[in-house]
Every structure is written in structure tokens, then in C-alpha cells.
Design a protein around this ligand. Structure first.
Ligand code: HEC
Ligand code: HEC
Ligand code: HEC
Ligand code: HEC
Ligand code: HEC
Length: 490
């Protein structure tokens, strides 16, 4: 009886030993595993911190992206792909073959917007844009497209143009004896052809990155000064973008260096972003009204008018994505995984060609659903844009007739002022390249105002002197325009 009693005891003891050994072995294995994992994590962290093999020493004088590409081959490869052309419903671009000439050696250009919509020629009558205006394409083309546009032949363009079409950081510093702003001021005043000789590359790594830390930086004087003026208008004095902006803001600001409304101020042709009162269209219009700047005199009506240029930064700031902290780079340069590394896609292009990485990181809808939501916004904007364009062309024709019919100078002046406003508001959406996507309701609100300005302009030409309901004559208490909300930018 004892045997059987003993046996289980011994067995229990034996199994206890086995358990201890097993636990010890398991613990040893686990700790080896943990150590291996830790080593791996540390290696990966190291990789992430220093995610490249330093093949060349970069410094603040190297413009050539191929040199930077030796250290960062993945970013460089995708950067080079900005030569690609592919259409989307309202964006991207179409490769149009052309016969090269001595004056213009390009064998491929983007489609002409003037041919797509001849009303643009009426709207810009007398301005360089009425001679040649094309769909924009990838960054690799920015220098050649600027050099060879026919707009160069109808107006003597200043060196200021190159600010946003080439890698000007090193050339500015050279021209300014080490002072970026001085070099900028000098180049603005050179004839375009002279300035062009000083620049070798389209936008390059050095324009957005510090060569030693690879941190994002803004190098464009136009933006450095523009954002400081904007912040000052919001009660933030002495804003220095490279010191005070957050990393997420920089992921938008590097694009805001160029994708903005601008004008050339005064005899010095100083590139200026008209943001000293804010970046809502009403505030920009008020800035121009006060400054007195206009871009050209309309050939058919004699109105002094303004053209808006690619206000992507300004419009994006009125949209739901900016409000939610989403940056330009989140959609236009989304991350790709390469091992432990997150690599930003430097093939900057339409996000609708890349919905999977550009949108589905945040939205769980299918690709087809996302595309259809984006295109629904764009189609609504496009239709409203077309109505606003018809209204403006009608006002222009009425003004032409009124001039012949001898309508009073006072009425003509009033109608011309409305033409300027209708034109600028319409152009603000027309020239913005997302067809409403960046700020859908704002785009349609602006177009609604444009249509109203055209209506008021037509009314001003009526024999009875414009009996119409306007902000000035609206019955007391009736709702009208609402001032823009005071809020920051992102
Ligand atoms: C939430 C995503 C998102 C953000 C954020 C965003 N965009 Fe876009 N952007 C789009 C979409 C979608 C289009 C429409 C593309 C099309 O129609 O093919 C577009 C169009 C454009 C285009 C025209 C592209 C083309 O192929 O014609 C430019 C230029 C542009 N955006 C610049 C910017 C800039 C600059 C910012 C920041 C100030 C910005 N975008 C912020 C999604 C975004
Ligand atoms: C503030 C920055 C900035 C300045 C200054 C600037 N551009 Fe551009 N330009 C852009 C951006 C951004 C695009 C792409 C978006 C677009 O086409 O709307 C562009 C597109 C273009 C294009 C291609 C599309 C088209 O319009 O046919 C040409 C050509 C061009 N610019 C010529 C010029 C000329 C000439 C000047 C000087 C009068 C100039 N640019 C000054 C930023 C700028
Ligand atoms: C140095 C000025 C400059 C900077 C900085 C810049 N762009 Fe551009 N961008 C341009 C110009 C100029 C064009 C038009 C080139 C052409 O048509 O030849 C353009 C074209 C584009 C296009 C149209 C591409 C296509 O395939 O149709 C997109 C999208 C775009 N930029 C987005 C961005 C985003 C996002 C950023 C920031 C990460 C950015 N850009 C930074 C000047 C700039
Ligand atoms: C128009 C601005 C712009 C230009 C030009 C540009 N980059 Fe970037 N780059 C960015 C942005 C935005 C990020 C994302 C940075 C962040 O999130 O902090 C980035 C990130 C990077 C990173 C960090 C790792 C990663 O992929 O996110 C490296 C390395 C890099 N870029 C290399 C280059 C090289 C090399 C070139 C030239 C061939 C270049 N960049 C040109 C805007 C630019
Ligand atoms: C970094 C995250 C992020 C990315 C990337 C992003 N979105 Fe969004 N999107 C948001 C947020 C946040 C909202 C606000 C609504 C919400 O909170 O869900 C929003 C709203 C929207 C809306 C509703 C707009 C409205 O006016 O109500 C649409 C449509 C949309 N996104 C489409 C897209 C598309 C298309 C892309 C890619 C080109 C994209 N988003 C990329 C975060 C993102």
C-alpha cells in the first residue's frame, strides 16, 4: 500500500523537477527571445533614426538632387517620377505630343486649358494668360514649362518668376553674398532670361530639407515673409517659420512656398503673398483694394482687373482636412513602408492616382467609394464654375455694348468694379487646382459670390441705374454675407 502511496509522491517530486527545469528552459528561451527582440528593435530604431548610409557629405551648397540621391536612393527614385503624366477626371495632366522647334524644344506638353474652354480667353482678354495657359504637370517640368510658355513672348517677365519654378536657394545666397533675402531682392529685378542662367534644377531636396538633419525647412522668401504677415494679422508678432512651426505644419508649409496666390509689388517686382489681412478671399480682396494693385486692363471693357494664381494653400486652409490637422504631404506624399523605414513618396501627384495610400490610411471606405465622393465634390464645383463663367462673360458683353451705347461713365465704372470682383472670385476657384476638393463648400460659396457680382455689374448698366438688391440696398435686417470666422491656419 505504501508503494503505491510512495510512487505517486516520487512521481510528483519528479514531475516537480521537470516543471522547474521546463520553466527555467522556457524562461531562458524567453529571455533570449526578448533580448533578440530588443536587439532587433534597437537596430530598427537605429535604422529609423539614421535611415541611410552616408555615401556623401551633404552641405548647404549642393543643389543637384542626384548627389542627395546617393544617400537617399528611395526618395530620389520617387522624386524622379514626377516626369510622369496621367489624367484624372478633373486633374492630373495629359501628355500632348508637339513638334519641337528651335524656340521651344519640348516634344511633349500638357493640354491647353484655353482650347478646353474658350471663355477663358474672353475672361483674360488683353492679359498674357489669354495666349497660353496649360494644365500643370509634375515638378520635373517646372523650369522648362516656365521658360517656353508663350506668355514669355507677350510680356517681359521678371526674374521673380523663378522663385517658384527652380531651385533658387543656393543661387539666392550666392547673389546676396550669403544673404538669402538680399539675393531674392536682386534676382527679382533681373530680366527673366538673366535670372534663368543662375538656376540649374527644378525644386530640389535642398529647397525643403536641411542638409545636415534632413528636417523640413522653408527656403522661399515669399513664404517666409507672407506667413509672418499672416500671423501678425492674427496677433502673433515676429513669426519665424523655421523656428516656430510644428512638424505637421511644416508638412504643409513646404508646399505653401509656391502653391499660393501672389503678385509682384512695386518697381522692385518684390514677390508678395497678399496675406497681411488674412487668407480668406474677402481679406485678400480687401488687401488688393487698399494696396491699389491690379494685374492688367481688360481689353474688351477697360476694367482694371486681377488674376488669381493657384491658391491651393489658401483654399485648403478653409477645408475640413486642414481643420482636422491633415497636411498636404499626408495626401500628396503618403508614406510607404520599406522594412522598418517609413519612406515619404516623393512622386508628388494627384492623390486620386494613389487612393490606397493617400486616403485609405484614414478612411475605411473602398477605393471606388472614395473616388466617387471626391468626384461628386468636383462635379458640383465644376458645374457651378461654369455658371459663374457664363455670368461673367455676359457681363463683359454687356459692358462692351454699354460702352458703344454711351452709358454714363459712372455706371461703367461701377460695372467695371463688379467685373473685377466677379473675375477674381471665379478665378480663385478656377486657378485652384483641386476643383473644389480642398474646401468644397468654400469653393461653391465663392462661386455664388462671383455670380452675384456679375449680376450686380449687369444691373449697374441698366438705364434706371441699377435698381437691384445688393449689400448696399438690401432691406434692413435681411441676412447677407457673414464675416469669415477668426481662426488660425494650419
Ligand atoms: C485630404 C487630402 C488632400 C490634402 C490635405 C491636400 N490635397 Fe491637394 N488634392 C487632393 C485631391 C483629391 C485633389 C484632386 C486631384 C485630381 O483631381 O486628380 C488634389 C489636387 C491638388 C492639386 C492639383 C493636382 C492635379 O493633378 O491636377 C495640387 C497642385 C494640390 N492638390 C496641392 C495641394 C497643396 C499645396 C496642399 C496643401 C496646402 C494640398 N494639396 C492638400 C487631396 C488633398
Ligand atoms: C508663388 C509661386 C509662383 C510664381 C512666383 C510663379 N509661378 Fe508659375 N506656377 C506656380 C505653381 C504652383 C504652378 C502649378 C499650378 C498651376 O499651374 O496652377 C505654376 C505653373 C506655371 C506654368 C504651367 C501652367 C501654365 O500656366 O501654363 C507656367 C507656364 C508658369 N507657371 C509660368 C510662370 C511665369 C511666367 C511666372 C512669372 C510671371 C510664374 N510662373 C511665377 C507657382 C509660381
Ligand atoms: C518651388 C515651388 C514648388 C514647391 C515647393 C512645390 N511645388 Fe508643386 N508645383 C510647382 C509648379 C511650378 C508646378 C507645375 C509644374 C509644371 O506644370 O511644369 C507644380 C505642380 C504640382 C502638382 C501637379 C502634379 C501633376 O502631376 O499634375 C502637384 C500635385 C503639386 N505640385 C503638389 C505639391 C505639393 C504637395 C508640394 C509640397 C510637398 C509642392 N507641390 C511643392 C511648384 C512647387
Ligand atoms: C517640396 C518639398 C520636398 C522636396 C523637394 C524633397 N522633399 Fe524629402 N520630404 C518632404 C516631406 C514633406 C517629407 C516628410 C517629412 C516629415 O514628415 O517630417 C520628406 C521626407 C524626406 C526624408 C525622411 C524620410 C521619409 O521618407 O519620410 C528624406 C530622407 C527625404 N525626404 C529625402 C529627400 C531627397 C533626397 C530629396 C531630393 C531628391 C527630397 N527629399 C526632396 C518634402 C520634400
Ligand atoms: C490623415 C488622415 C486623412 C487622410 C490622409 C485623408 N482624409 Fe479625408 N478626412 C479626414 C478627416 C479627419 C475628415 C473629417 C471628417 C471626420 O472626422 O471623419 C475627413 C473628411 C473627408 C471627406 C468628407 C468631406 C466633407 O466635406 O464632409 C471626404 C469626402 C474625404 N475626407 C475624402 C478623402 C480623400 C478622397 C482622401 C485622399 C485623397 C482623404 N480624404 C485623405 C482624414 C483624412
Amino acid at each position: 500500500m505504501t508503494e503505491p502511496q510512495k510512487a505517486p509522491g516520487k512521481r510528483r517530486w519528479l514531475s516537480g523537477v521537470r516543471l522547474v527545469v521546463a520553466v527555467a528552459v522556457a524562461a531562458a528561451l524567453a529571455s533570449a527571445g526578448v533580448t533578440a527582440l530588443l536587439v532587433n528593435i534597437m537596430e530598427r530604431k537605429q535604422e529609423a533614426r539614421n535611415p541611410f548610409y552616408r555615401v556623401v557629405e551633404l552641405d548647404d551648397t549642393i543643389t543637384d538632387p542626384a548627389v542627395w540621391g546617393k544617400n537617399f536612393p528611395l526618395q530620389y527614385d520617387s522624386y524622379k517620377r514626377t516626369v510622369d503624366q496621367q489624367r484624372t477626371r478633373y486633374g492630373g495632366s495629359e501628355a500632348v505630343a508637339r513638334t519641337p522647334t528651335k524656340a521651344d524644344p519640348r516634344s511633349v506638353v500638357a493640354q491647353s486649358r484655353l482650347e478646353e474652354d474658350p471663355r477663358l480667353v474672353t475672361m483674360w482678354s488683353g492679359y498674357a494668360f489669354a495666349t497660353d495657359f496649360r494644365e500643370e504637370r509634375g515638378h520635373a517640368h517646372m523650369l522648362e514649362d516656365q521658360v517656353f510658355t508663350e506668355r514669355q513672348h507677350v510680356t517681359a517677365q521678371p526674374g521673380t518668376c523663378i522663385h517658384c519654378h527652380g531651385s533658387v536657394y543656393v543661387p539666392y545666397k550666392k547673389l546676396g553674398d550669403g544673404d538669402l533675402i538680399k539675393g531674392f531682392e536682386k534676382m527679382n529685378q533681373l530680366p527673366f532670361a538673366e535670372a534663368r542662367k543662375l538656376v540649374d534644377h527644378p525644386v530640389s531636396c535642398i529647397d525643403c530639407h536641411d542638409p545636415t538633419t534632413m528636417q523640413l525647412r522653408v527656403t522661399r522668401p515669399g513664404f517666409i515673409e507672407g506667413i509672418a504677415a499672416l500671423k501678425a494679422s492674427q496677433g502673433v508678432p515676429d513669426f519665424k517659420v523655421n523656428e516656430h512651426a510644428t512638424r505637421q505644419e511644416m508638412r504643409t508649409y513646404v508646399c505653401g512656398q509656391c502653391h499660393v496666390e501672389y503678385y509682384f509689388k512695386g518697381k522692385q517686382k518684390r514677390l508678395t503673398y497678399p496675406w497681411a489681412k488674412g487668407i480668406h478671399i474677402e481679406q485678400i480682396m480687401a488687401y488688393y483694394d487698399e494696396d491699389g494693385h491690379t494685374d492688367w486692363t481688360h481689353k474688351l471693357t477697360g476694367a482694371k482687373v486681377l488674376k488669381a494664381q493657384h491658391p491651393e494653400f489658401e483654399m485648403y486652409n478653409q477645408g475640413i482636412h486642414a481643420r482636422s490637422g491633415v497636411a498636404c504631404a499626408d495626401c500628396h506624399m503618403p508614406y510607404q513602408r520599406e522594412g522598418a523605414m517609413k519612406v515619404s513618396d516623393h512622386h508628388v501627384r494627384s492623390p486620386l492616382l494613389n487612393i490606397n495610400r493617400a486616403c485609405q490610411t484614414c478612411h475605411k471606405w473602398s477605393e471606388a467609394e472614395l473616388l466617387s465622393r471626391a468626384e461628386a465634390i468636383q462635379t458640383r464645383t465644376f458645374e457651378t464654375r461654369n455658371i459663374a463663367m457664363d455670368a461673367l462673360v455676359d457681363l463683359i458683353h454687356d459692358l462692351q455694348n454699354a460702352q458703344k451705347a454711351g452709358v454714363s461713365d459712372e455706371a461703367l465704372a461701377k460695372a467695371r468694379d463688379y467685373q473685377k470682383r466677379a473675375q477674381f472670385y471665379l478665378d480663385f476657384v478656377e486657378a485652384e487646382n483641386s476643383m473644389g476638393f480642398h474646401a468644397d463648400q468654400e469653393a461653391v460659396r465663392i462661386l455664388g459670390n462671383s455670380i452675384n457680382f456679375s449680376r450686380l455689374g449687369q444691373n449697374a448698366l441698366r438705364p434706371e441705374g441699377g435698381a437691384s438688391t445688393s449689400p448696399d440696398t438690401r432691406p434692413q435686417g435681411a441676412p447677407g454675407p457673414v464675416p469669415p470666422p477668426a481662426e488660425g491656419t494650419r
